[in-house]
Ligand binder design. Structure first.
Ligand code: GDP
Length: 446
């Protein structure tokens, strides 16, 4: 499912065609992949337009390759197609907690009941299952088998067709036995044309149980048809969430996920196989990262993150320059980490605090080599927060301890501290100069 997007990303990042051409090709590949995964055509075009607009309006940050930046934009926009930053809260906010599963027959409801029970059992909850799917004769046996497998008790009444009564008695029994999460598998209907009946039955059981959550199970292979089902369900149920099953077995998973996300319903889990443990908490960003090829996208995200860190360091530098706050070794440390993630070391010079504003300091005086930087990082790793925040307390005995702890030499620790002091001196110099300049201009101004 959506596998070809990964190839398109790889082709795009390493391709030899011009950037503009590569962007066009990639967008076409992306559209093709999404449409063949049954994502609604309108959604696909609005996604491509959003990407194109951002390309026009925004500019790549200096530390990121243009192509990488483009993939980051694709990552953002695809993520919002599948629900954005929404992350489902799968841990119940109260105990006991009753979950009622609804869905069309064959959607994977009973299997999912077992998977959910297993998921929560592993989280340490006392879990029980109730089998109220009376339309499918084998459903109860199947549930009992699953219950045996994961050692979770199952309530059911073989031969009884009163789903509401069974559900009620089962839940009451387990509540009285102090079970914490009770999952009720209810009767499914026979086809996707019968949502109304499904919702009607759901209502009857709902009224009898007053569950804390109603979960609609949808088979991914219905693709974008999931939109109608999910939106009706979403309107009918205030405590609704959705699980999409069989993501492994269909090319239409992208269509189902995007369609459900478009209704605003919460997708809590996806089923990714027949086995009991093949249930995943659904996280749109993680899902998209996987579609795009984890490795590539992760490095890009890291770089973006480092860039944000760097921005916050810049802000801090401005505050230092204006005298609002002092520079600490901890800032220095953060800066180095950000730099390392951002790329070539040649940047270090420009980005060192104050240095970029100085210009006249000879390069080799402040240049720090890769090896040295690594050792400095180790040294700073061995410092306490107190020392990082207030380097002036680092005396001889502390220097000795830090050198020992970081596997470096005493002279290296001293060198780092000297370097830090030099940077501070430079900063003071700049500050003074700035003040002089301001004074000078002040005489002429106003
Ligand atoms: P129900 O009628 O809704 O209770 O459906 P079942 O739980 O009996 O599931 C119907 C079929 O779908 C069974 O063969 C399951 O093994 C299969 N199934 C359920 N979930 C998944 C899934 O996530 N992936 C795959 N490949 N098969 C699944």
């Amino acid at each position: 499912m959506l596998d070809n997007i990964k190839d398109a990303v790889r082709k795009f990042l390493s391709g030899s065609s011009s950037y503009e051409q590569a962007v066009d090709e990639f967008i076409k590949d992306l559209q093709k992949a999404l449409i063949s995964s049954d994502v609604n055509v309108k959604l696909v075009f609005s996604l491509s337009n959003k990407i194109k607009e951002r390309l026009k309006k925004e500019k790549p940050p200096s530390s990121l390759e243009r192509r990488e930046w483009f993939i980051k934009i694709v990552y953002d926009e695809l993520s919002s197609l599948f629900g954005g930053d929404k992350q489902p809260d799968v841990v119940p906010d109260k105990i006991p907690y009753v979950i009622m599963l609804v869905g069309v027959q064959g959607s994977g409801k009973t299997t999912t009941a077992g998977k959910l029970a297993y998921f929560y059992k592993k989280k340490g909850f006392k879990v029980a299952l109730v089998g109220a799917d009376v339309y499918r004769p084998a459903a109860l046996d199947q549930l009992i088998q699953l219950g045996d497998l994961i050692k979770v008790p199952v309530y059911g009444e073989q031969g009884n067709y009163d789903a509401v009564g069974i559900a009620k008695r089962g839940v009451e029994k387990f509540l009285s036995e102090k079970y914490e999460i009770i999952i009720v598998d209810t009767a499914g209907r026979h086809g996707y044309g019968e949502e109304t009946k499904l919702l009607e039955e759901m209502k009857n059981i709902y009224d009898a149980l007053k569950p804390d959550e109603v979960t609609l199970v949808i088979d991914a292979s219905i693709g974008q048809k999931a939109f109608d089902l999910a939106s009706r369900f979403n309107q009918a149920s205030k405590v609704g969430s959705i699980i999409i099953t069989k993501m492994d077995g269909t090319a239409k998973g992208g269509g189902a996920l995007s369609a459900v996300a478009a209704t605003g319903a919460i997708i809590k889990f996806i089923g990714t196989g027949e086995k009991i443990e093949e249930l995943e908490v659904f996280n749109p960003r993680r899902f998209v990262a996987r579609i795009l090829g984890m490795g590539d996208i992760e490095t890009i995200i890291e770089k973006m993150k480092a860039l944000e860190d760097y921005d916050s360091i810049q802000k801090k530098m401005e505050e230092v320059m204006s005298g609002k706050t002092k520079l600490t070794l901890r800032d220095f440390y953060k800066q180095m980490i950000a730099l390392r993630k951002m790329g070539p070391l040649s940047k270090i010079l420009q980005l060192m605090p104050g240095v970029n504003m100085l210009g006249q300091i000879p390069e080799d005086q402040i240049k720090v080599g890769e090896v040295k930087m690594r050792r400095w990082m180790a040294i700073m790793n061995s410092m306490t927060y107190q020392e990082l925040d207030n380097p002036s307390i680092i005396d001889k005995s502390r220097i000795k301890r830090i050198a020992f702890g970081s596997g470096t030499e005493i002279d290296e620790v001293k060198e780092l501290l000297d370097h830090f002091n030099n940077v501070q001196k430079m900063l003071k110099m700049i500050k003074r100069r700035k003040r002089d300049v301001e004074k000078l201009f002040g005489q002429f101004g106003n």
